[in-house]
Design a protein around this ligand. Structure first.
Ligand code: SF4
Length: 353
């Protein structure tokens, strides 16, 4: 497919229509050039581009073939027949694509796209927890690296964590690594929550634990920033605002909001509910992406809150990724297979569509 100057101008006009209220016009022209180069190369390389909900608007709306949360992108990675998967998200997500579809070349456009939550726990930590709490099943949030998934019984996402825990039919569960999500799940499921340091020398009390989630002190450096005071300040100014938060926010924040759910659930909520104003307590690009598609929605944001890892994935990096076939994500086969087992168990609860 060849792109003419006219095609590029048409693309710039489409981008102006959709992103005009978010991105200055001269920037849209520059972005349109990059977008057309990426889309040409994507076809030549027979690649699919997966874009997480936190990607910047031009990439999200004009480059990604599929967009969504971790679970949705996991489904798309499993189903693609293209040769190359370019994962516009962070490393643990690209690893999940490789775990699920190992015959594909999986590329992550930046080596800097990590995650504070995924970095909070290692495979050795999980082995030590299994020794400390023998026989207790380990549930691992997908925001972890492959080595950690490989040590787990089952994975979960923010949209299916409660269902995954219920499926285990165990009164004690180790839930890793998000501290706040463990506390929020405990509240939601009527369990109590404890942490490993509470029991380092108390074997008897461990045996007596009932209806308990054993947590870990990992946190998302984006969602931990939001406070109850932020919500109160916005409510004072906009009394009719509907506030939504991701379950990686603190329990106090979750208690103070109107709705809590995964990024996909928040997007659905905003699209299907009416309110003069919405406030999204999550990564700021997601608000931009909703506005671009639903200009009639008034989304208030605490705009400085961007994930420094997601932010590494730019149009320039994505173009270079396709040009140079970088950076390949690969995994040792034994780790991949064990991690795959934990993901498959999750997908058996919420199957691939
Ligand atoms: S938003 Fe939080 S959980 Fe998501 S990649 Fe960034 S640091 Fe990790």
């Amino acid at each position: 497919m060849s792109y003419s100057t006219r095609d590029q101008q048409a693309l710039a006009e489409q981008m102006q229509d959709r992103l005009g209220q978010l991105v200055p016009s001269p920037e849209i022209q520059l972005k349109a050039e990059l977008v057309s180069k990426i889309n040409r190369l994507k076809l030549e390389r027979n690649a699919v581009i997966l874009g997480h909900n936190y990607m910047e608007p031009a990439l999200y709306h004009f480059v990604a073939d599929f967009t969504g949360d971790s679970l949705e992108l996991c489904r798309q990675a499993a189903n693609t027949d293209r040769d190359i998967i370019v994962f516009c998200g962070v490393r643990f997500m690209a690893e999940t694509a490789k775990i699920i579809n190992p015959s594909k070349l999986v590329l992550l456009p930046s080596l800097e796209a990590g995650c504070s939550l995924a970095a909070s726990i290692t495979a050795a930590d999980v082995r030590a927890l299994r020794q400390q709490y023998p026989g207790v099943p380990v549930v691992t949030y997908v925001n972890t690296y492959a080595e950690v998934k490989a040590e787990s019984d089952i994975c979960c996402t923010s949209s299916n964590a409660a269902a995954v825990i219920a499926s285990l039919q165990s009164d004690r569960v180790i839930f890793l690594p998000d501290e706040y999500m463990a506390k929020n799940l405990a509240r939601q499921t009527g369990k109590s929550v404890v942490f490993p340091e509470d029991h380092s020398n108390k074997a008897d009390s461990i045996r007596s634990l009932q209806d308990t989630i054993i947590g870990w002190h990992g946190r998302c450096e984006v969602h931990e920033k939001f406070t109850v005071e932020d919500i109160q300040n916005v409510r004072k100014q906009f009394p009719d605002v509907v506030v939504l938060a991701h379950p990686e926010c603190s329990p106090e924040v979750i208690e103070a909001v109107d709705f809590s759910g995964s990024t996909a659930a928040m997007i659905d909520y905003v699209k299907t509910h009416k309110s003069p104003h919405f406030l999204l307590l999550t990564e700021c690009s997601m608000g931009d992406n909703i506005i671009a598609e639903n200009p009639e929605k008034d989304i208030l944001r605490l705009c400085s809150v961007r994930c420094p890892h997601m932010n590494q994935i730019t149009l320039e990096q994505t173009l270079q990724s396709l040009q140079r076939l970088q950076y390949e994500v690969d995994l040792p086969e034994d780790i991949r297979l064990r991690a795959r087992g934990a993901i498959d168990k999750m997908l058996a609860i919420q199957p691939l569509r």
